[in-house]
Write a new protein. Structure first.
Lengths: 52, 464
């Protein structure tokens, strides 16, 4: 997957970089699993408002 | 006269106003300290000594009173400094054209009488919590130079704790002001998202990038904020409404403010000194109430993914053409970030709103929330792993456990330094509702006045 994605995007990932890229993606998948547990309604808006 | 480098910025401005010191004397004292000690600590990457001395001479020749007159400061090297390429901690950016003018923050602080001394070391492209930089070397912790400064505003933490400047500017996307403030024993202000202009600074994650000051006194945080605030055409997220200055209310009583300690996520995965620091501050404030911020862990994950994706998008062309010139610790995370499904990022932004609404519900009954700033005191400068709850975890990804959920939802925070629970200092976050920096600063000032928290120039290196 990593090499296919890299090729599609014009990126070069040297063999010695791949293990760390893979490790980072595993962390990202674990983070995304936490998001999947959230029951967001269809109406959920993406943009926060920061006014008092 | 007291050592000028040990004084906070407001005390230096007072000396100048009372004609008990010249701006030139103050600038020379700080430049001398930098020359004597920075080789050991790695705070500065770009000194602008000639510019600073010229500015000092001009200020000494003017009678006009200015609020920050004679206060030396320095900036994380992602802020534009006229005539220098804005390196943002990278090798690649130093080949950029020199900045045509100073960042908004520098222009506003200098208009108030402050004097820029230079640009400060930082983690590459701000994707860092350690202060390590493979191009410029690490910024080290003046309270113990075998330990890290924290990052990514590492040079900012080092410079203020070492007495090279009384105040420094940093940026905070996931904790990069609050982490070095915690590790170096300083006060740090991460304002509400959009409150202070990022104009003329090199971006990282536009949705999460904040900017603010680090200092050894709460009054200095407020003074810098007040000089810096205001709408700016160079930063579209600064709201058009007038921000409220913080100095006039700084010493008001905190009686009547409702406060609570954040429980749940913020009470797990921390080393004992982090929890002891929160307990110490809570006790000093008489706070016993505990509350949970629902969704804290998930919104921290949201910030993590948004950072990977937006950071990768920002740097994609550089990753295509100059990947080998990145710091390897940064490059591989950015490369991974190019591969995240877009749906994750959209969901992550929706979750930010939901958790902000949760926080608003808490602030319906409360004014202030307390939480640890970091899960540990400053680790060894070369540390790669940390043990939390008995599990060994990668250090770099976990230093921001407690800062990320708060910046993800844009809340204002003052990090305050606790020095009595461990041999090294550690920070506590004083968190307020959006736009209520004034309350967080008032509580921090109360703690400072009572002696419950304290900063000062480090004596862990050389001859102070």
């Amino acid at each position: 997957m990593i090499q296919a994605q890299a090729a599609c995007q014009g990126l070069t990932i040297l063999p010695e970089w791949q293990p760390e890229v893979q490790r980072q993606l595993k962390v990202a998948f674990a983070m995304a699993a936490l998001l999947d547990q959230q029951d967001l309604p269809d109406e959920a808006e993406p943009l926060p408002v920061f006014t008092p | 006269m007291t050592d000028l480098c040990s004084l906070p910025g407001h005390a230096l401005a007072d000396l100048v106003a009372r004609r008990q010191a010249s701006v030139r004397e103050i600038v020379d004292a700080h430049l001398g300290r930098i020359a004597a000690h920075d080789r050991q600590l790695g705070a500065f990457t770009d000194l602008v000594a000639e510019r600073a001395r010229a500015r000092a001479a001009k200020l000494d020749g003017e009678r006009k009173p200015l609020p920050l007159k004679g206060v030396p400061f320095a900036v994380k090297n992602l802020f534009d400094i006229e005539g220098l390429p804005t390196r943002a901690g990278s090798k690649i950016n130093r080949q950029r054209r020199p900045a045509a003018r100073d960042a908004t923050a520098i222009r506003r602080l200098e208009a108030a009488g402050a004097v820029l001394l230079g640009g400060l070391n930082m983690g590459e492209y701000a994707y860092d919590f350690t202060g390590r930089n493979c191009h410029d070397g690490p910024s080290l912790n003046p309270r113990d130079p075998t330990r890290m400064s924290g990052g990514s505003s590492g040079g900012s933490g080092t410079a203020v704790a070492a007495g090279f400047v009384p105040v420094a500017l940093g940026s905070d996307t996931n904790g990069s002001i609050r982490v070095p403030a915690s590790f170096c024993g300083l006060f740090g202000l991460k304002p509400t998202y959009g409150r202070l202009s990022r104009g003329g600074s090199f971006p990282f994650v536009a949705s999460l990038d904040h900017v603010g000051p680090l200092a050894r006194s709460v009054r200095d945080l407020a003074a810098i904020h007040d000089a810096w605030m205001g709408v700016d055409p160079d930063d579209p997220v600064v709201p058009p409404t007038m921000a409220i200055p913080l100095l006039p209310t700084l010493d008001q009583s905190i009686g009547g403010l409702q406060m609570a300690v954040l429980d749940g996520w913020f009470a797990r995965s921390a080393q004992p000194e982090a929890l002891a620091a929160v307990h110490h501050v809570a006790e000093a404030l008489g706070v016993t109430h505990r509350v949970r911020l629902d969704g804290a862990e998930a919104v921290r994950a949201a910030a993590y993914l948004i950072t990977m994706a937006e950071g990768a998008a920002l740097h994609k062309q550089r990753l295509r053409t100059r990947a080998a010139d990145f710091d390897p610790e940064v490059r591989d995370r950015l490369l991974a970030g190019t591969m995240l499904p877009a749906s994750w990022v959209v969901t992550a932004h929706k979750l930010r709103r939901r958790v902000l609404e949760q926080a608003r519900r808490l602030f319906g009954n409360l004014d202030i929330l307390l939480a640890p700033a970091t899960p540990c005191t400053a680790p060894a400068a070369d540390a790669r792993m940390i043990v939390l709850d008995g599990v060994e975890l990668p250090l770099r990804a976990n230093i921001g456990l407690f800062t990320q959920p708060i910046s993800a939802i844009g809340l204002p925070v003052v990090a305050v330094p606790v020095t009595t629970v461990a041999p090294m200092p550690i920070g506590v976050q004083i968190i307020a509702a959006p736009g209520r920096e004034d309350l967080a600063l008032r509580v921090a000032r109360h703690l400072e006045k009572s002696g419950a928290v304290a900063s000062g120039v480090a004596n862990g290196y050389g001859t102070p």
